[in-house]
Structures are given as structure tokens and as C-alpha cells.
Design a protein around this ligand. Sequence first.
Ligand code: G3H
Ligand code: ZN
Length: 289
Amino acid sequence: MKKLIELIQEAGRNCVAIGHFNIADLVLLKGVFQAAHELNVPVMVGASEGEREFAGTRQLATVVRSLREEFDFPIFLNADHTHSLAKALEAVKAGFDSVVFDLSTLALEENARSTRQAAEALKSINPSVVVEGEIGDIGSGSEIHADGPGPNHALTTPEEARQFVAETKVDVLAPAVGNSHGMRKSMVTGGERKHLAIERIREIKSATCIPLTLHGGSGTADEDLKGAIHAGINIVHINTELRLAWKQGLEAGLARREDEVVPYKILPSAVAAVHDVVSARLRLFGGQN
Ligand code: G3H
Ligand code: ZN
């Protein structure tokens, strides 16, 4: 099986992106895995510090590895938004395939210095681990945010990106390119969509020449996602859309029969709802619709 970094680079050459979907339980993992397996495309599942706290760092690594081995299928596990070296080391020692080392709230120089040290430490444990660094502000929280004036995050400049990549030697960079975590209510109920600075992505790509990740993918207009992938995005993160599908699917499962108490009869609705969102996003990232 190809290594994760090879698949990311291959996605770039083919002008497609690898989908990254956050998981916190087996329902989410099953929905993601089924969709990717049907479409036969590599996929990343991610767990943030909070998601790892809930599901168990070593337990997640074991379950994802068992799927990869049993089905001989390229599913990879990412330690998403990891804010300390201790948590990153814990994930890599447990068998995670990649780490998003996120010190983006610090000043650029401090972020770069600590990210470089972290990348060296993580690769000394597993030289194949993919390390992603993050710069710029893309907000926090894969949640439903209140409507109102939207966030006005500054865009990462090509020079900041070039300098950060040169200093840290990260494998992948996550810049701020108009993206933000979570969805506003009007994105759930109405037609509001997120839009991206496509030209800026192109400039950052040519300044860094490394794979780029788009965080905060939920609620982004399809056309913007396609444009971003063509401009140099190689991984797209989706979380809030899955959380929403998980909740709505669970509610549908519970509503079907009021007296049902058997989890494996209630939860398939949630798996199906997650599956449908992942399938649609993977088709888009793979240029299939
Ligand atoms: O790391 C996770 C993501 O960036 C997800 O963002 O909740 O807006 O899809 P999202
Ligand atoms: Zn993110």
C-alpha cells in the first residue's frame, strides 16, 4: 500500500483532493469508511484532542488500523489540531499516520520554531508520519455559529507561507484562505455558503510548492472547493457537516419507533446520514460531479 504522503502528492498531480473527516465514535467511522470504500478512494479520518479524549487515542488507532488491514484499504488516521508536543507524541506513539500541529494562535516566528522542533521529534519516532503546520486565523469550533457579521480573518500571505515552510520543513501547510471552522445557522437552514480566496491559494502554492490543506470545509460552495483544489489544495477537512448528519440521522433513528432500545437498530440511520454526506463530498473532491 502507498504511504499517506505519496497519496497526497498523487492527489496533487491529478488535481483532486483527499477528503479528511472527523470522527469521535464508530458511527462516524463506519459512515466514512463505507463511503470511501464504495468509491474506492483513499480517505483520512481525523480526531482532534477533544475527539481523542472521548474515543480514546490508542483505541482509535487500533480500530482504523484494523480496517486498513482487513480490507487492504488506504484509510489513514490524523491527530487533528494538536496544540502540544506531548499530545502529538502520544498520538504518533499510538500509531497515528499524521499530525496537524496547530500553534496558529502564536506569533509566526514562535509558531515556526516550535513546529520545527515538533516535526523533528515526531519524525524521530516514525519517519513516515506526515506533519502539517498551520498559520493564520481560521477560527475555532466545528459547531453551528450564530448568524450575524461573519468572521473577517486575514489571509495568509505567500511570503508568510514561504518563510514558515522553509523554517519548519513541514510536509503539509494549512493556510488561512477565506476558510473558517464551523457553519453559520444560515448555512444549515438557508443558502448561505462559504467562499474562498482562490487566487491566494494559487500564490501560496507557488510560494511553497508543498501540499496544502483546507480546514473548515463545511458549508463551502462546491464551485469554490473545485477552484481551491485546482489552485493547489490537496486535503479538505470536513467536520461540522458530519456532526449535523450524525445528529439528524440519530434523531431519525430514535423517532422511527418510540419503544426501540436496540442500538444496532437505531444507529444505522446515523451511519447512513454520515455516509451520504461523505459520499457527496468525496465525489466532489475527486472531480466526479
Ligand atoms: O479540522 C477540522 C476541520 O477543519 C473541519 O472544519 O467543521 O468547518 O468542516 P468544519
Ligand atoms: Zn480544522
